[in-house]
Design a protein around this ligand. Structure first.
Ligand code: B12
Ligand code: SF4
Length: 579
């Protein structure tokens, strides 16, 4: 097989999670990943497709997934066996800061001569600290669109040239840190794509399904995603990709959108191969109602049978749900009111009322949404312990009023483990009533060596200590779980076992606190070890069950004949061919 140019590694959040007793808690309860965050950035797929199209060989290796699947999986042996021209590691999500840097260190142990490249939002934010403090990393590719800068970097590595002309690059020159200007910031997303055909061919080429599946039970539930944009017009205070954050971090003034005609083709392309839900990342109304209009018009040319998941940043008006229902009869909705309290919601950056929310819910139920997921969060500006519990009471009201079809499913989860670097509250904590406990990358990396998620939290607020954030999450989750059992949204037996899990989790957290407060050194380690918190616990969520996240789907989830045809007779992806 020809030499691989770039191996993209996805790390576990915490490298030694299999060896240490750690209580990771509900930090990933409302996403498909475990708290090890084994899902790789969807951008790996667009990077891989783009670089291969430009003549470079790319392989994705999901180290986190391999470690989760097999307890004895030997990471060092794997890395020693790989000999690409360069390694790339994502430090996109901040919770991976421990795992990303650890993998980079292992690479340098076995291959001191192979360059190590980091990229993603968190690497972009901490680029100078990374290059000046961590000798195991050679390059950071900054920005939300790494495909082209990475291509240029790979060319300089291949040709042995100096990288001073590569856009968006931070690198080491002798002892100094070089910061090339961030000039590559595309204004549209029409030359990159998530091509599932490409992914399928890569799986076959490297005979490595584990690495390409985005989360642990993906084969049983092959959820896919297509994306509308990079960047955002909104300004949620805790978001590291808000309009404010991206302008400051990379100078992005407007989001880059994918042409709606191409987006429709992406969706149809997925439907040809998989019968599973397709999540449209980004509110289709964000670029304006014309964008949504073109997308839906294009989709109407094909019969869309798959479940399509639409997320709305605020309750839409103007009959869009009617249009959606007509075009994609199996449609699901996601919306994040964050709190029942309009004041808290406004302070967070979502200034809409409960009246608007409820009108929207009524309309979504009336137009036949198959599922309506409502996400609430703990750790918000102006939110108190009692306010979290009142959110659970508000959910009772919603279920009583709009829950008859059993389509509404509320979730509550903590803003954890970290406030996003670059977000408004990270940059100006005091202004928004926050106290930031760690600032540097190294502070965050060390925090992940603590024994429970309470000590990971990089903040507390004027209204809640870390302790209150943790315990209001469990109590809010417990109440919501009981409600879901009562209203038949989940099986009462599941509600009961979930309740027991929450109670056990709280007990465990309290025992960890006692050990942490009263013991030191080896005695503390031994005390924690005796608690016996185990890896197998990972797959299960705490404040809700992972199964609750699954949108309805068809029985046969893959179109095997079509997949085979795509693997054997590859087509060019649907890019640059909008009409
Ligand atoms: C969709 C989304 C998700 C999806 C995941 C999709 C996926 N697999 O990538 C879901 C809902 C599951 C999710 C979960 C989480 N998310 Co999220 N997510 C987003 C969102 C809304 C869009 C991201 C997107 O689609 N980008 C477009 C794709 C194509 O690009 P990309 O994946 O970012 O990759 C590009 C670059 O980042 C870069 N890049 C990435 N990796 C690498 C590696 C190398 C070597 C290089 C060179 C470049 C590079 O190049 C890529 C191509 O250009 C953003 C907000 C936003 N508007 O950006 C938040 C965001 C990225 N998520 C965030 C967070 C915190 C999380 C969670 C940790 C939350 C939690 N506690 O559960 C989890 C982690 C999930 C995991 N790994 O298991 C924060 C990250 C802030 C930070 N600095 O840490 C963001 C910015 C905002 C937010 N708070 O939601 N998320
Ligand atoms: S959290 Fe808010 S600011 Fe961030 S991407 Fe979503 S809508 Fe935009």
């Amino acid at each position: 097989m020809a030499k691989v140019d770039l191996v993209l590694l996805h790390p576990p959040a915490i490298y030694d999670f299999r060896k240490r007793p750690i209580k990771l808690g509900p930090i990933s309860d409302v996403i498909p990943s475990t708290p090890i965050f084994e899902m790789y950035p969807v951008g790996f797929a667009s990077i891989s497709e783009y670089l291969e199209r430009m003549g470079f060989r790319v392989r994705i290796v999901n180290v986190a997934m391999k470690m989760l699947k097999k307890e004895e999986f030997d990471v060092e042996r794997l890395i020693a066996s790989l000999h690409p021209r360069a390694f790339g590691i994502d430090l996109h999500w901040m919770p991976h800061c421990h795992g990303s840097l650890a993998l980079a260190e292992i690479i340098k142990k076995y291959h001191p001569e192979i360059p190590v490249i980091l990229g993603g939002f968190s690497a972009t934010y901490f680029h100078e600290e990374i290059i000046s403090k961590y000798p195991q990393v050679d390059y950071v590719v900054r920005g939300d669109s790494a495909e082209e800068p990475l291509l240029q970097l790979l060319k300089t590595i291949r040709d042995g040239r100096d990288p001073s002309e590569v856009p968006n690059l931070t690198w080491r020159n002798g002892g100094g840190t070089m910061v090339n200007p961030l000039t590559h910031l595309p204004t549209d997303l029409n030359s990159v794509t998530i091509d599932y055909g490409h992914i399928m061919r890569q799986v076959v080429r490297y005979m490595d399904l584990t690495s390409y599946a985005p989360f642990t039970n993906w084969l049983l539930y092959p959820l896919t995603a297509v994306f509308t944009c990079r960047g955002c017009t909104h300004n949620c205070k805790t978001c590291g990709a808000s309009s404010w954050a991206l302008r400051k971090m990379e100078g992005r003034r407007n989001p880059a959108y994918r042409d709606p005609t191409l987006l429709a083709k992406d969706i149809i392309n997925v439907q040809r191969h998989l019968n599973a839900p397709i999540f449209i990342i980004g509110d289709i109304l964000q670029p304006g109602s014309d964008y949504a209009g073109v997308l839906l018009r294009e989709l109407r040319r094909t019969k869309i049978k798959n479940h399509i998941v639409y997320e709305f940043f605020r309750p839409p008006t103007g009959g869009i749900l009617e249009e959606i229902a007509r075009t994609t009869p199996n449609f699901n909705i996601q919306i994040s009111p964050e709190s029942h309290d309009e004041g808290v919601r406004r302070a967070f950056g979502r200034p809409y009322s409960n009246r608007e929310l409820e009108d929207f819910l009524a309309e979504a139920v009336r137009t036949g949404a198959k599922r309506i997921d409502l996400f609430f969060m703990v750790g918000l500006p102006e939110q108190t312990y009692d306010s979290v519990l009142e959110t659970a009471s508000y959910c009772r009201h919603l279920l009583e009023k709009y829950g008859e079809e059993k389509t509404i499913s509320p979730f509550i989860s903590p803003l954890a483990p970290f406030l996003d670097p670059g977000s408004r509250v990270f940059e100006e904590p005091e202004k928004f009533g926050y106290r930031l406990l760690f600032r540097t990358l190294e502070d965050h990396r060390r925090a992940l060596e603590e024994p429970s998620w309470k000590y990971f939290l990089n903040y507390e607020t004027q209204w809640m200590t870390r302790e209150e954030i943790v315990y209001s999450t469990y109590e809010g989750g417990r109440r919501l779980n009981a409600l879901k059992g009562e209203f038949g949204i989940i099986d009462p037996a599941l509600a009961k076992s979930q309740e027991e899990r929450i109670i056990r989790a709280v007990e465990m957290m309290k025992r960890i606190d006692v050990i942490t407060d009263t013991m030191k050194g080896e005695e503390r380690e031994e005390g924690l070890r005796k608690l016996g918190i185990h890896v197998r616990e990972m797959g299960k969520a705490i404040v809700c069950d992972k199964k609750e996240l699954e949108w309805p789907t068809h029985f046969l989830r893959m179109n095997f004949l079509r997949i085979l045809r795509t693997i054997l007779f590859p087509n060019r992806p649907n890019i640059l061919r909008a009409s």
